[in-house]
Design a protein around this ligand. Structure first.
Ligand code: MIC
Ligand code: SF4
Length: 640
């Protein structure tokens, strides 16, 4: 049978279940990555799993998110992560070495292998023909311990690229076009496979820009074939021996297909506050801009930054604008320094940041009140920048540089001739800030700071759930709404009690108080609930506050899996219209919750008037066991 590339890789890694679209499968995971915002919790869970050494071919722990060290917490977490990596046999990428996805692409990714990452943008590795999937930290800890990763066998969407990009139009515009067409929920349940003659002209970092932002489609992953372009990239990274060619079989079938003629694209922008609110820049108008931020795991490559430098050469950033630049990796920083690109950037007035996530996750560089920030990043959710009323516009590097120069959002084509970027520079390869795991891991002592608390576990699923509706929210609620990032909250990722002060504060400052009023709580939401990041804290902390169920019109994949992992019932309205029947303060009863899980439909009864609400749980037998046990750690613990 002719397979697409996705199913070829899935087939090779299948360890449980039947490889049939829609059914649950278990995959062997070759590599894992964690980062410092999700990693502390994942490592506490790894410790609880009681293994001696990681069982993967390769596991890496990156320091890239929490690098603004305003107190001891982040530095303590870094030290903890370094000691856990050494003890359990994971590589450690030190602070300053770069953003996990960028460094992984350069130094570790291998075509055809599977990568599970405790970060939603793990599909960045798809730029290399690797199957990268984002997951909650607990799923990654289990994979590090050698367990399979379970997911629903996806549908595959083929994106056929034809033609060549015109000047001033880049890879970011391709993925923005896909987002414009498909929306932030268009990729749910799907893996996006790129093919067609247009892919040949795209470098690996450009492909990675596209697969990276497939996360914003809600897709399980995105992937490019592995071809000569991939080979050249890996050879440049002195890892040519890891290359192998990979593509779909001739005549392979797909569940969906779209085509994009690259030559017809123009510079695009995602306007506030959603990555799918995409428009041609030429139609938006010259909005005055206060800040421009270049970098992130989406557009932090050498050529992205070099393009910005070329546009700014011998010019000064507009007086209204603060331009910040964060290279994707230290290798990129070194290459920029070696080729005087850095000099050009600094001479133009750019503010150079360390190679880390930084402003993308609200770790510094918050825009001014009511300000406009143009960013080459992947998310523009309200408040994520650290300024609640700022508007974030997502563009490619050319439009970002144009905005920095003009002080307004302008179509970069207005700048005239496109800079000549044909010069071929050998990439810098430097592993000086990567620490290989020592052979005597067992002797390593784990170093814990006072902010690193013990794990919070759920109780087994009660027989009767009596729960108050604590909040009713609308469509496309992000995990940034549920549990914000930013410089104040991120340092608390290993302290659940402290984090619990911040649940839903972006929408409702009384959430915690109200949750505490009921014995148990329930959250009611609309479509695509929990989109965005992989942070399991958006399930773990509500669990800590007594949330027993989340009842919505539909879920985003990673968040739903995280709810199951922490023993929270993920329920979907059988009749979406029933959403209207529920308000904050309603009390709901689920009788014989464990017993009802044997049926497709669960009934929740409104205490006030006996109204019955029917909900689907869509849980597999494996997930039902996890929910009954009160979460994956209880369940896995029992099994070990
Ligand atoms: C993000 O981009 O939101 C993050 C921060 O990288 C998250 C991970 C986290 O919350 O730690 C993600 O995308 O998964
Ligand atoms: Fe870091 Fe931003 Fe990428 Fe998340 S999206 S990994 S915060 S750069």
């Amino acid at each position: 049978m002719a397979h697409n590339l996705t199913y070829k890789i899935l087939k090779e890694h299948l360890v449980d279940g039947k490889l049939e679209k829609g059914s649950e499968i278990g995959l062997r995971i070759d590599q894992t990555l964690i980062q410092d915002a999700t990693g502390t919790m994942a490592c506490l869970q790894l410790e609880a799993l009681g293994i001696d050494k990681v069982k993967t071919e390769l596991s890496v722990s990156y320091i890239d998110h929490n690098t603004l060290q305003a107190g001891f917490e982040n530095a303590d977490d870094h030290r903890y992560l370094q000691s856990v990596s050494a003890k359990y046999g994971a590589w450690f990428s030190r602070a300053g070495n770069g953003i996990c996805h960028h460094v992984h692409l350069e130094r570790f990714g291998i075509p055809g292998k599977t990568l599970l990452g405790a970060d939603s943008h793990t599909p960045t590795a798809g730029g290399l023909g690797m199957l990268g999937i984002g997951a909650g930290g607990l799923d990654v800890a289990v994979a590090m311990a050698g367990g399979p990763f379970y997911l629903t066998a996806p549908e595959v969407l083929k994106v056929n690229l034809t033609g060549q990009l015109p000047p001033w139009v880049g890879a970011k515009d391709i993925i923005l076009e896909v987002l414009r067409r498909l929306s932030v929920k268009g990729g749910v349940g799907k893996i996006v496979e790129y093919s067609g003659p247009g892919i040949k002209s795209l470098s690996v970092p450009e492909r990675a820009t596209i697969t990276n932002m497939g996360a914003e489609l809600g897709a399980t992953s995105s992937i490019f074939p592995s071809d000569e372009v991939t080979k050249n990239f890996l050879e440049g990274q002195k890892r040519g021996e890891t290359w192998k060619p990979l593509e779909a079989d001739p005549g392979a079938e797909y569940d969906h297909e779209i085509s994009i003629d690259l030559s017809k694209l123009e510079p695009l922008v995602a306007v506030p506050h959603s990555p799918d609110a995409v428009k041609p820049i030429s139609e938006v108008g010259a909005i005055p801009v206060d800040q421009v931020a270049v970098g992130s795991c989406t557009n932090g490559s050498y050529l992205d930054l070099k393009l910005v430098a070329e546009i700014l050469k011998n010019k000064t950033v507009h007086p209204r604008v603060s331009l910040v630049v964060a290279p994707g990796s230290r290798q990129v920083s070194l290459a920029l320094a070696g080729n005087s690109v850095l000099e050009t950037l600094l001479a133009s007035g750019a503010r150079l940041l360390e190679s880390a996530c930084g402003p993308c996750i609200g770790m510094g560089q918050a825009p001014p009140s009511g300000g406009v920030s143009v960013r080459t990043f992947n998310r523009n959710f309200a408040g994520r920048s650290g300024t609640a009323d700022a508007g974030v516009y997502l563009t490619g590097p050319a439009a970002a540089a144009a905005a920095a120069l003009k002080g307004a959002l302008v179509d970069p084509r207005e700048l005239g001739d496109f800079p000549n970027l044909t010069e071929k520079t050998a990439p810098v390869v430097d592993d000086g800030m990567l620490i290989e795991p020592p052979s005597n891991g067992e002797t390593i002592e784990i170093k814990r700071g006072p902010n690193i608390k013990t794990l919070s576990l759920n109780e087994p699923l009660p027989h009767t759930i009596k729960a108050g509706v604590v909040i009713v929210v609308g469509d496309n609620i992000t995990t940034d709404h549920i549990l914000p990032g930013g410089s104040k909250v991120l340092p608390l990722r290993s302290n659940v009690e402290a984090l619990s002060e911040f649940v839903f504060t972006a929408l409702d400052t009384d959430f915690k108080k109200r949750a505490r009023q009921y014995e148990n709580g329930i959250i009611v939401g609309g479509e695509n609930y929990g989109q965005g990041s992989s942070r399991e804290h958006a399930a773990l902390v509500p669990m800590y506050l007594g949330i027993k169920a989340v009842l919505v019109r539909s879920f985003a994949r990673i968040h739903r899996a995280n709810l199951v992992n922490f023993g929270i019932l993920p329920l979907v309205f059988s009749d979406p219209g029933d959403y209207e029947k529920l308000s904050v303060g309603d009390e709901l009863v689920i009788e014989d919750a464990p017993g009802q899980l044997d049926n497709e439909i669960i009934y929740l009864e409104k205490k006030e008037d006996g109204t019955k609400i029917a909900a689907l749980h869509h849980l597999t037998p494996r997930q039902i066991e996890i929910i009954k046990a009160g979460g994956l750690l209880n369940h896995a613990g029992k099994k070990l």
